[in-house]
Design a protein around this ligand. Structure first.
Ligand SMILES: Nc1nc2c(ncn2[C@@H]2O[C@H](COP(=O)(O)OP(=O)(O)O[C@H]3O[C@H](CO)[C@@H](O)[C@H](O)[C@@H]3O)[C@@H](O)[C@H]2O)c(=O)[nH]1
Length: 409
C-alpha cells in the first residue's frame, strides 16, 4: 500500500497508540490530521513531542463530544482514512466514573459516525474496539461453576469449554463500563455500515504496550517500579491481581495491524489483533526483574507457602491446544496448580541480589475482573498482519523508557 499523500484523520492522535500510528504514517508520506483538544497553555500533546512529530501532525481543535468540531475536522482533513482511537481507555476509571466513559466512548463514537454520515464521507473508518469486549471467557468447567456462583446464570453454558484462544465469533461478555462502551462502539460501527453503507472496520486489539505507555497500565506500573527499585528509589514492588493473564503485543505491531485493516480489512467486519500468547502479570514482573539484572531463584508467599523454584524457566508445553512462549509459573497458574489471593499478602523472591518483595495492594483489585485474554488472530493474519516483537522485546523497551529518570514517577 502506498500511503504517500493520503489524507489521514486520527482521533486520539495524542494518545499512546495514536502517536505511534501518526509517526508511522508520516514516515510513509501521508498527511496526518489529528483531533486535539484545546489546551489553556497552548502546549502540544506530550506523546507527539516524545515522537518528535508535534509540528508534522496538523492539529484540528475539537472534541468527540462536540459534533460540530468533528464535522469541521472532516471538512478540513478531507480524509481517505479515519482511525478512531480516542477513548477513555483505563478500565478502573470507568468503574469510578462510568458516565464520563460512556459520554466519550459511546456518544463520541456516535458523533463521529453521524458527522461522517452527514458529510457523506467515503473514507474508510477503522475503529479501535477492544479485547475487553470478550470479558468473561470461560477457561474450564470449574471456572464456569464459580462464574455462575459469582454472577448468576447470566449466560448459557458454552457448548465448547475452554473458549480459548478467543476468536471474533466468541460471545461478548463485557465486565466493566469501559468494556460495555467498546461493545457499543463496535456494534454501532457495524450498524452504520449495514444501514448507511459507511465503510467501517472494527479492530479488537488485545493489550498493546511499549515505551510511553500510560503510567497507570500494569506493564508500566511494573517496569516503572522495577527501575525505581534498581535505582534505590523504592524498597518493594506493589501490585494488584497478578493471576490475571493478558495477550500483550508491542504497540508497533498493533499499529501495523491498524494500517493493514485500513487497506485490506473488509467493510462491516471485525478483526482480532493480538500476539497469540498469554502471560500472567506475575510473569511480567519476573521477566522484567530478570531483564533488569536480577536472577530469580525462587518465589514464595509472605506466609512461606506456594514455593516455586526457578519460576521464570521457560515452559514449552501446550496450553489450550497452543504452544506459545511462557514461564513455568504461567503454566501452573493456567492449569490451576497455583493461585495467589489477597490473604497471601505478597510474594518474596529470592534472587542473586537478595530478597525482592512483591506486596499486594487490595485497592488495585477490580470490582469485576477479566481473568484471561488470549487471541486467535488467524483472520487478520490472512490479510497480511504479523507479530514481530516478543514479550521480552516489549519488557526491554519499557525498562529502557524508565531508565530515564524524568520518565519515572
Ligand atoms: N492497571 C493495573 N492493573 C493491574 C495492577 N495489578 C494487577 N493488574 C491487573 O493487570 C491486568 C491488566 O490491566 P491494565 O494494564 O490496566 O489493562 P486492561 O485492563 O487489560 O486494559 C487494557 O487493555 C485493553 C485491551 O485488552 C484496552 O482496551 C484498555 O484500554 C487497556 O489498554 C488487569 O487484570 C489488572 O487487574 C495494577 O497495579 N495496575
Amino acid at each position: 500500500m502506498n500511503w504517500n499523500d493520503k489524507n489521514i484523520f486520527i482521533t486520539g492522535v495524542g494518545g499512546f497508540a495514536g502517536s505511534y500510528l501518526a509517526e508511522e504514517l508520516l514516515n510513509q508520506g501521508a498527511n496526518v490530521f489529528g483531533l486535539v483538544r484545546r489546551r489553556a497553555d497552548g502546549t502540544k500533546p506530550k506523546n507527539l513531542i516524545d515522537h518528535g512529530i508535534q509540528n508534522d501532525v496538523t492539529a484540528l481543535e475539537g472534541d468527540l463530544t462536540n459534533i460540530t468540531s468533528l464535522a469541521n475536522a472532516l471538512d478540513e482533513s478531507e480524509p481517505d482514512y479515519i482511525f478512531h482511537l480516542a477513548a477513555q481507555s483505563f478500565v478502573p476509571r470507568s468503574f469510578e466514573n462510568s458516565a464520563e466513559t460512556q459520554i466519550i466512548n459511546c456518544i463520541g463514537t456516535s458523533n463521529l459516525l453521524e458527522a461522517s454520515r452527514v458529510k457523506d464521507t467515503d473514507a474508510k473508518i477503522v475503529f479501535a474496539g477492544s479485547s475487553e469486549e470478550y470479558g468473561l471467557v470461560i477457561s474450564s468447567e470449574n471456572q464456569y461453576e464459580s462464574a455462575t456462583k459469582e454472577y448468576g446464570t447470566i449466560f448459557p453454558k458454552p457448548e465448547t469449554i475452554p473458549e480459548l484462544p478467543i476468536k471474533e465469533t466468541n460471545p461478548l461478555r463485557p465486565m466493566s463500563p469501559y468494556a460495555v462502551s467498546k461493545v457499543y462502539g463496535d456494534h454501532l460501527m457495524q450498524n452504520y455500515y449495514h444501514s448507511y453503507g459507511l465503510d467501517t472496520t472494527v479492530s479488537r486489539a488485545f493489550n498493546h504496550e511499549g515505551a510511553g505507555r500510560g503510567l497507570m497500565f500494569v506493564t508500566s506500573v511494573v517496569t516503572n517500579q522495577i527501575m525505581k527499585l534498581k535505582f534505590g528509589e523504592i524498597e518493594n514492588i506493589t501490585i494488584g491481581n497478578l493471576n490475571a493473564f493478558r495477550d500483550w503485543s508491542h504497540v508497533k505491531d498493533i499499529v501495523q495491524g491498524y494500517m493493514t485493516l485500513a487497506t485490506k480489512g473488509k467493510s462491516g467486519e471485525v478483526y482480532n489483533q493480538g500476539s497469540m500468547r498469554t502471560n500472567s502479570v506475575l510473569s511480567y514482573i519476573l521477566l522484567g526483574l530478570e531483564e533488569a539484572g536480577w536472577n530469580i531463584e525462587s518465589a514464595e508467599t509472605f506466609k512461606g507457602e506456594k514455593k516455586i523454584s526457578n519460576p521464570t524457566e521457560s515452559d514449552n508445553s501446550s496450553v489450550y491446544g497452543v504452544n506459545f512462549e511462557k514461564t513455568v509459573v504461567d503454566r501452573m497458574l493456567l492449569e490451576g496448580e497455583l493461585e495467589y489471593t489477597l490473604s497471601d499478602q505478597g510474594i518474596n523472591l529470592e534472587t542473586d541480589k537478595g530478597q525482592v518483595k512483591i506486596q499486594f495492594n487490595p485497592d488495585r483489585f477490580r470490582p469485576a475482573e477479566v481473568p484471561i485474554l488470549f487471541s486467535n488472530t488467524e483472520k487478520i493474519q490472512k490479510i497480511g498482519a504479523t507479530i514481530q516483537h516478543s514479550l521480552k522485546d516489549i519488557v526491554k523497551d519499557q525498562l529502557n523508557f524508565y531508565l530515564k529518570k524524568d520518565n519515572r514517577q
